[in-house]
Design a protein around this ligand. Structure first.
Ligand code: SF4
Length: 413
């Protein structure tokens, strides 16, 4: 099929990211500890001390507050809760984790990050800690992105969740507040933000929805017909890229899953329409603008998505990438807010004792969270990386012989 590649999108090539200088040393420490732990358990020797299992990268949900009511929102059940951070404690957590190897923070879901009081100053604080920072926003408060723009560097990014090409579809999908907010208004901010600082990328995110998709009992608005129009709008507005992803639903286990079986009508016909839309979007590509197909969209269109539901028993990524929300710290973006995936409270990793306690909890999850079972319906973007880590641990391969890659500016996991 034109435009289709079996390779993961580079931002989802987590195995390559973990082999980069600046990341590899932490991964190597983890692999050596896992080898020592398994050896001790096999031989009956005393178990090695648990190291500081501080993640290299986190998703940070700054707030549960949101001014939209999106029909397709995956975090619907945890929005607008009366839980919030204490800013000073949150800063202490960031400092403690950055000092112990954390490299990047994605300010993202479970609420609209720009609604966090002091959002701009918090971005500045993260940058002063020399962390890479990205933001996923609904675009309704672009004055906050403009205020924060000066702090972003090359490799950082901001992505707006817009999911439509026409103003009326945008409003039907997102139910924004104020209700009169339009795509035209949101997009008019992009040139101003670019003029303030052109060093970081700004993306237009488009979750592709289809008839038959639901959030609880709510039927989502289909947007396949606007795939091309959104690319035209994004390129004309000055975005650096548009990114297409498939719609995910919350399964009964609490995990986020792709469920193409629920597509109404003939699945091949729906895939054909998506393919044609994305191919048509590519006419707008040029030196300043690109079209990205997310890894799980490629899997869906290649009908290979079930390959990524076969996980090893141990999910190693839960030690390397976690989700901090006002509801607590969780082991994976697919499990934000889910009790059995919880690592600790919202103030976890705030000081050395808290780091030790959380590391013990991560170890317990590594032992007890059976990814083969819990994630058997999840099309996991980390599947190949988890298998690579598992093989590295079990094979006893000389870690000095693992080829590393030069440092780059993408440490987001
Ligand atoms: S196996 Fe994948 S979906 Fe499951 S917890 Fe790990 S990273 Fe998340």
């Amino acid at each position: 099929m034109p435009g289709t590649s079996r390779k993961a999108e580079s931002i989802h090539d987590f195995t390559a990211k973990l082999r980069r200088q600046g990341m590899w040393n932490s991964v190597r420490d983890y692999v050596e500890w896992q080898r020592a732990l398994r050896h001790a358990r096999r031989t009956g020797a005393p178990e090695p001390t648990v190291p500081d299992l501080v993640p290299l990268s986190i998703n940070l949900d700054l707030t549960t507050a949101c001014n939209y009511k999106c029909d397709h929102c995956i975090d619907w059940d945890i929005l607008n809760a009366k839980v919030r951070y204490e800013d000073a404690v949150l800063r202490a957590q960031m400092e403690e984790m950055a000092a112990r190897g954390m490299r990047s923070v994605i300010l993202i879901g479970g609420g609209e990050p720009t609604l966090y009081p002091g959002f701009v100053d918090f971005v500045r604080y993260l940058k002063e800690l020399r962390l890479q920072v990205s933001v996923v926003t609904n675009g309704s408060r672009n004055h906050k992105i403009l205020e924060a723009a000066a702090w972003f560097e090359e490799g950082d990014w901001v992505r707006l969740s817009l999911d439509s090409g026409r103003n009326d579809t945008f409003q039907r999908m997102h139910h924004p507040s104020p209700s009169t907010l339009t795509l035209d208004e949101i997009c008019s901010w992009i040139p101003k933000i670019k003029a303030a600082n052109g060093r970081f990328q700004i993306g237009y995110s488009f979750i592709i929805t289809w008839k038959g998709g639901t959030r609880d009992d709510v039927k989502v608005v289909e947007n396949i017909g606007e795939i091309e129009l959104a690319a035209k709008r994004a390129s004309e507005a000055g975005f650096d890229y548009i990114s297409y992803k498939p719609f995910l639903e919350r399964a009964e286990t609490g995990s986020e899953v792709m469920d193409p079986d629920k597509i109404e009508g003939h699945m091949a016909e729906v895939m054909r329409r998506i393919r044609e839309g994305v191919d048509a979007a590519r006419q707008y590509e040029g030196p300043q603008f690109s079209v990205r197909e997310s890894t799980n969209l490629r899997m869906l269109m290649q009908n290979s998505w079930r390959d990524y539901t076969h996980q090893p028993r141990v999910c190693h990524m839960q030690a390397l990438r976690q989700v901090l929300s006002p509801h607590g710290m969780f082991n994976c973006p697919a499990y934000r807010g889910v009790g059995f995936a919880r690592i600790g409270d919202k103030d976890v990793f705030r000081d050395p004792q808290s780091v030790r306690d959380a590391s013990e909890m991560v170890k317990a999850l590594l032992d007890n969270f059976d990814a083969r079972e819990n994630c058997k319906d999840v099309t996991c973007l980390y599947n190949e990386t988890n298998w690579w880590l598992e093989r590295l641990i079990e094979s006893g391969e000389d870690l000095d012989a693992v080829p590393t890659l030069p440092h780059n500016r993408d440490t987001f996991l």
